[in-house]
Structures are given as structure tokens and as C-alpha cells.
Design a protein around this ligand. Structure first.
Ligand code: HEC
Ligand code: HEC
Length: 369
């Protein structure tokens, strides 16, 4: 959860900037624009000829019909090389453009922002270069062979048209990553077209159960979900994003079904003793062990399984976990020392209340007619 004082400071700064430039809402409208670069980025995002061996694209793990998460709902996605898996569930990357470079709040030493579950990339551009060369993902071994493939693509002339012609491999890769990031900022990934959005605009009334779920989601003495999955308009974008981009250890157990444990030991020397330390791997401090970035809950009903290791298959199970983690027999958290017991674990929700929260989460799926 965001430090409340900091929240106020951010709102104050945003208000000041807001009056100087324009209101936050307009600022954001400027950032989500259709453009040639977005169309180009889309081509690259769906191009299956850029992996080694060919056959895998970004969309193989981030597909539109599942909120830009794994189309096959796998715990972790298989890489371009059969039988290789990385350690984390492919997140829904819609709305990821609203994150910002990883930063620490000096008031309480908490982190926010960044990309990936552990904040190790600082922008969509930096992030987009990595999957191409990750051995457990698209597996290109060097820049030269990757660029050779890119140059054969039907979109390559559009890339040089949009960015100019470059000889240096690093520059070409940067333009490719930039075009992808422009696509990731387009309305395709940031639709705001759910039933919840229609309700915000006053175009639809939520059912009584959906409304109850929303109240429980917000109420700090009930579900308390909005403490991290913010339902207030974001101070910078003015949008409701269902995350404050902070980090927390919510006590997710190890997932024994994670195929990462079984891949060859050159990729995972620890085998099934592997522990995912989350944010502390990036910031190199013990106190952040087991913390992962709070994800947006937009499109969550179509992006199962859940949490960084795909531990839960259904939203019912997730909400029950938040409600009963500390009073029922769940397997122990992967990292116990830093678990958040203050805001979750024994919410005293009735089964009907759990269900209402799930019903509310289902209003966050884009494409509501
Ligand atoms: C083999 C599956 C796979 C492929 C292919 C893949 N990704 Fe991912 N992606 C993941 C996983 C898993 C994560 C989370 C990894 C982590 O947090 O350590 C992720 C994380 C991300 C994130 C961070 C989202 C956030 O909110 O922090 C973005 C953005 C992203 N991927 C974009 C891309 C792009 C662009 C491509 C193509 C260049 C791509 N991915 C290819 C599996 C994949
Ligand atoms: C203290 C902060 C915090 C609170 C409060 C909180 N969450 Fe979360 N939530 C997180 C974090 C952090 C993650 C990612 C954890 C991980 O992957 O290990 C997460 C993940 C999730 C996910 C999985 C999303 C996905 O795509 O995998 C769902 C669903 C979810 N939360 C729903 C809820 C609901 C419902 C509540 C209220 C009952 C709630 N959360 C309360 C921090 C919080």
C-alpha cells in the first residue's frame, strides 16, 4: 500500500502540474494515440519469425483474448525452445504503460513502479528488448542474427521510415523496442471498455451483487483490496488502474507444479529448491524479499492462473486465500519473514461476500457491450 502521506504529496504535485500544463486526464489522452509507430509495433509484437527457432512472438505469451497474458492459461509459458520454461506466470500486460521507473519513497523505504514482477526494467522500451534474447523465451543468441531476421520482415521498411536508417545493431534494436512500446501505449492495450468503465460513465447500472462486491473491495474493514489495487483515479493519469504500483509479499506459497523446477540445471541450478525472491533480487536488500509488484486487476477474469507463479487457478480461490490465509491450512508462504499480515489473511468475509468480490472483479473485463 502507498504511504498515505506520499499519496497526498503526489496528488498535490499532480494538481500543480495539472494547472500548469493541462488536467491529468488530457495529459493521458495525449499519451494514448493511434500512430504509424503503433501499427508498426503491432506487426512486430505479433511477428513469429523473430524467435530462435522461429514460431514464437510476444503475443505467444501476451495474447489479446486473455488480457494480453498467456493464451493457453499456462502456469508459466514455454519458451521458443521446447521444454524450457521461465519461473514466472506471463502477466496481463494491458495497462502496463501506466507504470513508471522504479523508485523508493524515502518516507517509508517502500518501492513503487518498474516493469516485471520485480521491477528490474525501468521502461517499456527497456523491457521490450529483453524477451528477444532471453534463452527461456525467444532465445536469440546475438544481435546480428536477430537483426538479420528483422531485416527480412515485411515491416522492416516501415521501421526505417519511422526512425531512420541505422547500421549499429544496438540502435536498430532500440527502434524495434520503441515501436513495440508505442503499440503498448495504444488504445488496443488500454481500452477502458469494461462494464466497470461503463458504470463510471453512467452508461450502465451495476447489479446489486456487483455493487456489494465493489463496496467490500473498497471497505478497509472488509476486503480492503483497494488499499493496493487502487480504485481512485491515478494521480498522474487520472485513470482507475486497480494498482498503486507498489510491492508487497502477500504470502503466496511455492507452486510445486511450476515446470521451471524441472528444466536443465544450467538454467536453474537450484532445481526444486529454487526460491523466487522478487523485488530483493533487483534492489539487493533483504527486507524486500518476497515482494512482488501489485498488478492491475483489469481483465483479471480472463487471465488465469493468478500470482507470479500461477499458484491459483480461479478468482474464487484467490479471494478465499486473502480472506482465510492466516486461519486455514494453506501451505506456508514461499518467504515468510516479510508477509503482510496487517492488510489481509483474516478478513472475516462470509462466503456470500467472497462471491460478491469475485462478481465485481468480473466487471473489469474489456469489451463490455
Ligand atoms: C515465453 C513467454 C513470453 C514471451 C515470448 C514474452 N513475454 Fe513478456 N513476460 C513474460 C513473463 C513470464 C513476464 C513476467 C516476468 C517477470 O516478471 O520476471 C513478462 C513480462 C512482460 C512485461 C512486464 C509487464 C509489467 O506490468 O511489469 C511486458 C511489458 C512484456 N512482458 C512485454 C513483452 C514483449 C514486448 C514481448 C516480445 C518482445 C514479450 N513480452 C515476450 C512472458 C513472455
Ligand atoms: C497489501 C497489498 C494488497 C492488497 C490489500 C490486496 N492485494 Fe491483490 N495483489 C497484491 C500483490 C503484491 C499481488 C501480486 C502477488 C504475486 O504475484 O505474488 C496481488 C495479486 C492479486 C491478484 C492476481 C492478479 C494476477 O493477474 O495474477 C488478484 C486477483 C488480486 N490480487 C485480488 C485482490 C483482492 C480481491 C483483494 C482484496 C480481497 C486484494 N487483491 C488485496 C497486493 C495486494
Amino acid at each position: 500500500m502507498r504511504h498515505s502521506k506520499k499519496g497526498m504529496v503526489i496528488v498535490a504535485i499532480a494538481t500543480t502540474i495539472g494547472t500548469l500544463i493541462s488536467c491529468g486526464k488530457e495529459l493521458n489522452e495525449i499519451r494514448i494515440v493511434p500512430s504509424d509507430k503503433a501499427a508498426l509495433g503491432r506487426e512486430i509484437f505479433f511477428d513469429t519469425n523473430l524467435s530462435n527457432p522461429v514460431g514464437q512472438s510476444c503475443s505467444s505469451c501476451h495474447s489479446p483474448e486473455t488480457g494480453f497474458s498467456d493464451p493457453l492459461h499456462r502456469i508459466v509459458s514455454e519458451g521458443a525452445v521446447k521444454g524450457l520454461f521461465s519461473n514466472r506466470n506471463a502477466p496481463s500486460i494491458g495497462y502496463s504503460m501506466f507504470s513508471f521507473p522504479l523508485q523508493m519513497d524515502p518516507a517509508d523505504s517502500s518501492y513503487s513502479g518498474g516493469f516485471f514482477f520485480d521491477g528490474r526494467a525501468n521502461s517499456l522500451q527497456d523491457q521490450a528488448k529483453l524477451p528477444f534474447f532471453n534463452k527461456l523465451e525467444m532465445n536469440n543468441t546475438d544481435a546480428a542474427s536477430f537483426i538479420e531476421k528483422a531485416k527480412k520482415a515485411s515491416w522492416f521498411p516501415l521501421l526505417t521510415k519511422a526512425y531512420g536508417e541505422f547500421q549499429e545493431p544496438e540502435k536498430i534494436i532500440t527502434t524495434i523496442a520503441d515501436a513495440i512500446s508505442v503499440f503498448e501505449r495504444s488504445a488496443t492495450l488500454n481500452q477502458f471498455s469494461s462494464k466497470f468503465d461503463a458504470h463510471l460513465k453512467g452508461n450502465v447500472t451495476l447489479t446489486d451483487e456487483e455493487k456489494l462486491g465493489m463496496r467490500l473491495f473498497i471497505d478497509s474493514s472488509k476486503g480492503n483490496c483497494a488499499a493496493c489495487h487502487s480504485i481512485e483515479p491515478d494521480a498522474i493519469s487520472g485513470k482507475v488502474l486497480f494498482t498503486d504500483f507498489t510491492y508487497d509479499n502477500i504470502g503466496v506459497p511455492k507452486n510445486p507444479a511450476n515446470p521451471f523446477y524441472t528444466i536443465p540445471s544450467i538454467f536453474n541450478p537450484d532445481r526444486d529448491a529454487f526460491i523466487d525472491f522478487g523485488l530483493s533480487t533487483t534492489v539487493k536488500k533483504e527486507m524486500y524479499k518476497g515482494q512482488f509488484k501489485v498488478p492491475s486487476l483489469r481483465n483479471v477474469a480472463v487471465s488465469a492462473p493468478y500470482f507470479h507463479n500461477g499458484y491459483f487457478q480461479t478468482l474464487e480461490d484467490v479471494v478465499h486465500f486473502y480472506n482465510k490465509r492466516d486461519v486455514e491450512n494453506f501451505p506456508k508462504p514461499e518467504i515468510e519473514a516479510t508477509v503482510n499480515h496487517r492488510e489481509m489473511g483474516n478478513l472475516k468475509l462470509t462466503p456470500q461476500e467472497e462471491k460478491a468480490i469475485v462478481v465485481f472483479l468480473k466487471t473489469l473485463t474489456d469489451g463490455y457491450k
